[in-house]
Design a protein around this ligand. Structure first.
Ligand code: ASN
Ligand code: ZN
Ligand code: CA
Length: 327
């Protein structure tokens, strides 16, 4: 087996970060031997195949097209560590096996995605190839699609699709906080680093999802007709309320103000407990057809398992669902 090394990378969005690499006969490659052999490849603007494994003569990374690769490799490592150290899960399938990342997909491609078939995540370079979609929360969002697929298998349409998307935003956000990266501090915003709107605003807001102009804050009977990236809104809002509570709050310099459906006041139980509850529900009680009503029931069961059915945590989970109009 080849030697596992710790290199240093200059990323696009997360400053200078450690990258776990592997020594080769002529240098190093972006192969993470500490995390299931996760590799990072260069698609060189192509849209198919695996691409070319990133290699370098030294273990200092970040020149030119390596920067996006550093983000992707670091993002996958942080997400791996989040699942392992916070949730006790070893890899996407829980079997210790790594996936792989492909960067520089297509030309001016403004998206990133997980694909079950390749068991890999892929990143475009954004408009004019100027802003790769490789920020930490996006990487963790995409990798979490693999976890959801390997566990609850939430169907990617209707209300279950919204819950699938929310699961990626929830653990994407939890991973970003977990990283404690000083350049990309944790927040309840999605895609705040990649300037996808061209005006510096994030893609999504968990404290008040409707701030993006399309996402829903609350459940309603027609929620399942919305695009899954908008029907995720109420569940993202639930997670924010459960973690931080309703009303105004500033965290890591970002100000939030989270409303409730019934103008009730919710007092948060903290992100760590909310994260454990969502994960236990996802892996124990959610199925491919779980809708919002069933998600309420599943998270309550998970909370009873973890903290008891007379606990403050249990009461707060119930209150947070009621606050997004799921009763
Ligand atoms: N970036 C998007 C996502 O992960 C890709 C998609 O629409 N599935 O949700
Ligand atoms: Zn997604
Ligand atoms: Ca974020």
């Amino acid at each position: 087996r080849e030697a596992i090394e710790t290199g240093s990378g200059t990323s696009t969005y997360s400053g200078t970060v450690p990258v776990t690499t592997t020594k080769t006969s002529s240098g190093y490659s972006l192969t993470d031997g500490e995390r299931g052999g996760h590799k990072t490849y260069d698609l060189k603007q192509g849209t198919s195949g695996t691409g070319t494994l990133f290699t370098n003569s030294s273990d200092v990374w970040g020149a030119a097209r390596q920067a996006a690769a550093v983000d992707a490799h670091y993002g996958a490592a942080v997400t791996w560590d989040f699942y392992k150290n916070v949730l006790g899960r070893s890899g996407i399938k829980g079997d210790g096996v790594g996936a792989y990342s492909r960067v520089h997909y297509g030309n001016g491609y403004v998206n990133a995605f997980w694909d079950d078939d390749c068991f890999c995540m892929t990143y475009g370079d954004g408009e004019n190839n100027a802003n790769p979609l490789t920020s930490l929360d996006v990487a963790a969002h995409e990798m979490t699609h693999g976890v959801t697929s390997a566990t609850a298998g939430l169907n990617y349409s209707g209300e279950s699709g919204g819950l699938n998307e929310a699961t990626s935003d929830i653990f994407g956000t939890a991973s970003e906080f977990y990283a404690k990266n000083s350049t990309d501090a944790g927040d309840y915003l999605i895609g705040e680093k990649i300037d996808i709107n061209g005006d510096g605003t994030p893609l999504r807001y968990m404290d008040k999802p409707s701030k993006d102009g399309a996402s829903k804050d609350y459940w309603s009977s027609n929620l399942g007709n919305s695009d899954v990236h908008y029907s995720s809104g109420p569940a993202n809002h639930f997670f924010y309320l459960l973690s931080e509570g309703s009303g105004a709050k500033t965290i890591n310099g970002v100000s939030y103000n989270s409303p409730t459906y019934n103008n009730s006041k919710v007092t948060g139980i903290g992100r760590d407990k909310a994260t454990k509850i969502w994960y236990k529900a996802l892996t124990t009680y959610f199925t491919s057809t779980t809708n919002y009503k069933a998600a309420r029931a599943g998270t309550l069961k998970a909370t009873a398992d973890l903290y008891g059915s007379t606990s403050t945590e249990y009461k707060t989970v119930a209150a947070a669902w009621t606050a997004i109009n799921v009763k």
